[in-house]
Design a protein around this ligand. Structure first.
Ligand code: ARG
Length: 472
């Protein structure tokens, strides 16, 4: 039995006017659907027009096209930009992508001269340029947003430089720290995130324009001129690499992924800390939601979503790595799949950073509760062991063991180390004197940790001042 091919006349579209010369039939409806990127790459319109104007000016400067045509093209592109920004532009799926949509409209506006814009250029170097410009803007926006978050954290750290709380390892009480110190830990993490974005930006900032389809061009172009006009440091060195490289997108996504993971960790702490069980912080009504059934609820949805949205950003990175991994040089249409993950990750990281900044600025701290929590879990045990080392010249391992015995004793009696009677301590280690109680308060423990990068309030205050200089 023979069956008719699926693409009967009814499902076939008209031939693409931009590249259809060698085609006798238009694409199947499904071909058009799978091929078109305009639904998402219209977000590149500004970068596309900016790059086209730079290319056009270079073509004129090199006398590759006539000054008159160049002027018409530039004016036409300005009009296209205006139409798009005023929402007067009709994006057409049959024109595939932003590049062909802009060029086709330009032709409607200025006539055949529009056809000269694509001299010495291909959509391959065009799209590589547009996406680089877009990612560069996204990096700059992300950096500014991360700086705002650092500012919010530093402000909170300044206010809570001496607010004592339990520090945790394994989420078990470990040693007392200050809340300011804790916030500054995130300032460092975000500082490294910004460093990764800055590194990515430095490597990204080479211009693919002039690589044309893959091999360069026989026209006497000036790649330095277009690179400079678009704020790039230099033209990309190898034309094959220029059109097939998506490292800049991968680097943006990997920097975003690590930043999202950092945001997620902070979000997780806020979720934990605002439970009645912890009660360390309160989130404002403005960043929480109620329950439709349980009237008492105030849920930290924004923090949960910052944590949850991390999955999208990690997915974007993994998705694009997977797209690129099997591609031979140079351009393959697979690369069209670079845009959605990049856009989605950029949008996601932007809302996550902004929401986190809002939450950090607005959260309230229950200092009494933090202080009380620091009295639980024998968090000054290390200070006791250090005292044995310092005053009794005990080797640290032995001091550790003696202190462990004292902790067990205190636990059995249901008291804190500071409330263990001296006589009982001396039964375990006769050398212990009343002097030991000086180091057993959490305030003392915190104040004593003056080593560089330590949690003592004097250190935290100095670290806040330095952080302002380094990051803001
Ligand atoms: N829309 C395409 C993309 O995003 C533009 C480049 C098309 N190049 C080509 N040779 N078909 O990748």
């Amino acid at each position: 039995m023979t069956s008719k091919p699926r693409s009967s006349r009814k499902t076939t579209r008209s031939i693409n006017p931009m590249w259809g010369g060698r085609f006798a039939a238009g694409p199947d409806r499904l071909m058009e659907k799978i091929n078109a990127s305009i639904a998402f790459d219209k977000r590149l319109y500004r970068q596309d027009i900016t790059a086209s104007k730079a290319h056009c000016a270079m073509l004129v400067g090199q006398k590759i096209i006539a000054r008159k045509d160049g002027a018409a093209i530039a004016a036409g592109l300005d009009r296209v930009l205006e139409e798009i920004e005023r929402d007067r532009f009709v994006f057409k799926t049959e024109l595939e992508d932003i590049h062909l949509n802009v060029e086709a409209r330009l032709a409607e506006l200025i006539g055949p001269a529009a056809g000269r814009l694509h001299t010495a250029r291909s959509r391959n170097d065009q799209v590589a340029t547009d996406v680089r410009l877009w990612v560069r803007d996204a990096i700059d926006a992300t950096d500014a947003a991360l700086r705002d978050l650092q500012r919010a954290l530093i402000e909170k750290a300044e206010r809570h430089a001496a607010t004592v709380m339990p520090g945790f390892t394994h989420l078990q009480p470990a040693q007392p720290v200050t809340l300011g110190h804790h916030f500054l830990a995130y300032v460092e993490m975000i500082g490294r995130d910004r460093g990764r974005f800055a590194d990515a930006r430095r490597r990204l900032n080479e211009c693919p324009l002039g690589a044309a389809a893959l091999a360069g061009t026989s026209f006497p172009i000036d790649r330095r001129r277009t690179a400079a006009a678009l704020g790039f440091d230099r033209p990309a060195a190898n034309s094959l690499d220029a059109v097939s490289d998506r490292d800049f997108a991968l680097e943006f996504l990997s920097a975003s992924a690590i930043a999202a993971v950092h945001l997620s960790r902070l979000a997780e702490e806020l979720v934990l800390w605002c439970t009645p069980q912890f009660g360390f912080v309160g989130l404002p009504d403005s960043f929480t939601t109620g329950s439709s059934i349980m009237p008492q609820k105030k849920n930290p949805d924004a923090a949960e979503l910052v944590r949850g949205k991390t999955g999208r950003v990690l997915g974007a990175l993994l998705g694009l790595l997977t797209v690129i991994k099997g591609l031979p040089l140079t351009y393959s249409k697979d690369m069209q799949e670079d845009k959605e993950p990049v856009f989605d990750a950029a949008d996601t990281i932007a809302i996550a950073i902004a929401a986190m900044t809002g939450m950090v600025s607005a959260l309230t701290v229950d200092a009494a509760r933090l202080r009380a929590a620091a009295d639980v879990g024998f968090v000054t045990a290390t200070d006791l062991a250090d005292w044995l080392v310092r005053v009794l010249a005990m080797p640290f391992r032995k001091a550790h063991h003696v202190t462990g015995t004292l902790v067990r004793l205190a636990e059995e009696r249901g008291v804190d180390l500071a409330r263990l009677p001296l006589a009982e301590m001396q039964r375990v280690e006769p050398g212990i004197t009343r002097d030991v109680f000086r180091v057993l308060t959490v305030e003392r423990a915190v104040a004593s940790r003056v080593s560089e990068g330590g949690t003592a309030p004097v250190r935290v205050r100095a670290a806040c001042r330095r952080a302002r200089r380094r990051f803001l």
